[in-house]
Ligand binder design. Structure first.
Ligand SMILES: O=C(O)COP(=O)(O)O
Ligand SMILES: [Mg+2]
Length: 221
């Protein structure tokens, strides 16, 4: 077991960029929305840098890139509905589980950790994606970006789970790919572990100073 797991009872995983490479399907939905609105598609590489603050922010960033200024609220709202429709139609066609993830989850389960998931993705997508990838059974609780009034980097979703399971935050570990996961973890009093391969707005996640960094979740166990 990784030294950061010492004394830990609850592990909270981020989803996009940590457990799954979901950008191909997210980009297809963003591009579907843009084309439908009469804009040019933007492609996967750009969408990768916009993921991390939930679907509304993703749509807002995509629109800002094509209109060249801050998009107005009614355009964001209408475009978000289009995005959700596209993403609902194909949330897991090209999405893949990263190497080492199943091994890590199997080992954590066998060791009796409370394994949970906290994503900024809308909650409605969590189960369809986890079920399609045969990952649902590992998680005792899952929270989406719209499950509570606040989302990461706010510590509320993390503290919600610590309270739910009666675990001291000091015995909880947040595992994620972005500065939002590290910041939420630090503010909640969790230990923080970052994966180096995910999505972090084009910056190395190590600049957020997590307590540890791994290149594969295999290193966790
Ligand atoms: O949907 C997003 O923007 C990011 O989701 P995540 O919190 O699972 O990385
Ligand atoms: Mg992420």
């Amino acid at each position: 077991m990784h030294p950061l797991l010492h004394d830990i009872r609850l592990v909270a995983f981020d989803l996009d960029g940590t457990l799954i490479d979901s950008v191909p399907d997210l980009a297809a939905a963003v591009d579907g929305m843009l084309v439908e609105q009469g804009f040019e598609p933007v492609g996967e590489a750009r969408v990768r840098d916009w993921v991390g603050n939930g679907s509304r922010k993703l749509v807002e960033r995509a629109l800002a890139s094509v209109v060249g200024e801050a998009p107005d609220a009614s355009l964001i709202e209408a475009s978000h509905d289009h995005f959700l429709r596209h993403y609902h139609a194909a949330p897991c066609d090209q999405t893949r589980v990263y190497p080492g993830v199943r091994e890590a989850l199997d080992a954590l389960e066998a060791e009796g950790f409370i394994v949970t998931l906290i994503t900024n993705k809308p909650a409605a997508f969590i189960d369809p994606i986890l079920e399609a990838l045969d990952l649902r059974r590992y998680f005792r609780t899952t929270l989406g970006g719209d499950s509570l009034p606040q989302q990461k980097p706010h510590p509320a979703p993390l503290l919600h789970l610590a309270t739910q399971y009666g675990v001291d935050p000091a015995q909880c570990l947040m595992v994620g790919d972005s500065r939002h996961d590290v910041e939420a973890g630090r503010r909640a009093g969790f230990r923080t572990l970052a994966v180096s391969y995910g999505y972090n707005h084009g910056e190395p996640v190590v600049s957020s100073r997590p307590d540890g960094v791994v290149e594969s979740l295999r290193e966790l166990v």
